[in-house]
Ligand binder design. Sequence first.
Ligand code: NAI
Ligand code: 15L
Length: 272
Amino acid sequence: MPAPRTVLLTGAAGILGTLMRGLLPSYGYELRLFDVAPIKDAPEGSTVITADLADRDALREAVRGVDAIMHLAGISLESTFDKILRANIEGTYNLYEAAREEGVRRIVFASSNHTVGFTPRPQGDDPLIPIGTPRRPDTYYGLSKCFGEDLASLYADLHGIDTVSVRIGSCFPAPTSVRMLSVWMSPEDGARLFHAALTAPVTGHTVVYGSSANTRLWWDLSPARALGYEPRDDSEKFAAALIAEQGELDPANPAHANLGGPFCTDPPIWPY
Ligand code: NAI
Ligand code: 15L
């Protein structure tokens, strides 16, 4: 597969989309930006499509001629089932159908650690969580990411569209909780991982965890490294301040016991 050059970035107005449209052009990509929310600060000359994932005609036009898609658009936290159904489940289906119709062969799917959120977090000498651990979604949101991964698997097997599903931890400029010390992915490492996922010579459906090389890491990063990802950051520099402010994680607290943290309570506890 030749290295992709033109990439459709869905969710380009969001937190991660904004970070990635800043970082990915330095890898040589030309980005086409898609979001239902207007993108006010898009660089001059960039292509911006303001449309909903429910709009199949707009999606088809948006994917036409791109080499690959980075699919970030959708609801990124817990919500009502109906809203998740429309944006994340039907929306992701619409995107894959548009890709199939227009012959796009590589998608990077923003999956989430909340596909396996009810997995108990490692403590002490417990082994890292493997990528093959059974799914245990913690929310309708996590459930929609399980659907996205399975949809990617179906479109790989049936239609030859290769997807790398990245189960992102917490990709923000800095971790804001003690839990995030374990699952944080710096934006720069995020760009390194998404670049690896866009270019790695893998076929079919590949699932990886996405984080920096954190001292307090909970999961196995070797599937991501196998794509050529070499993380350079570690959240440990934020640890002392966060622990002084919030204390260590308490295993007896249901919001601290599992990988998904406060998503594992009903209702989820914010902020996380
Ligand atoms: P965000 O909520 O800031 O951005 C999501 C974007 O998708 C928004 O700009 C929104 O307008 C757009 N969007 C929502 N529904 C849409 C629809 N129906 N049609 C078109 N656009 C729509 O979320 P964030 O943090 O940037 O996350 C991006 C993606 O990465 C999401 O899919 C999220 O689930 C996933 N993710 C993010 C993590 C993170 O740490 N930031 C962690 C794990 C997964
Ligand atoms: C996610 O999947 C969310 O999209 C993001 O906003 C964070 O909450 C992240 O997981 C997390 O687990 O911290």
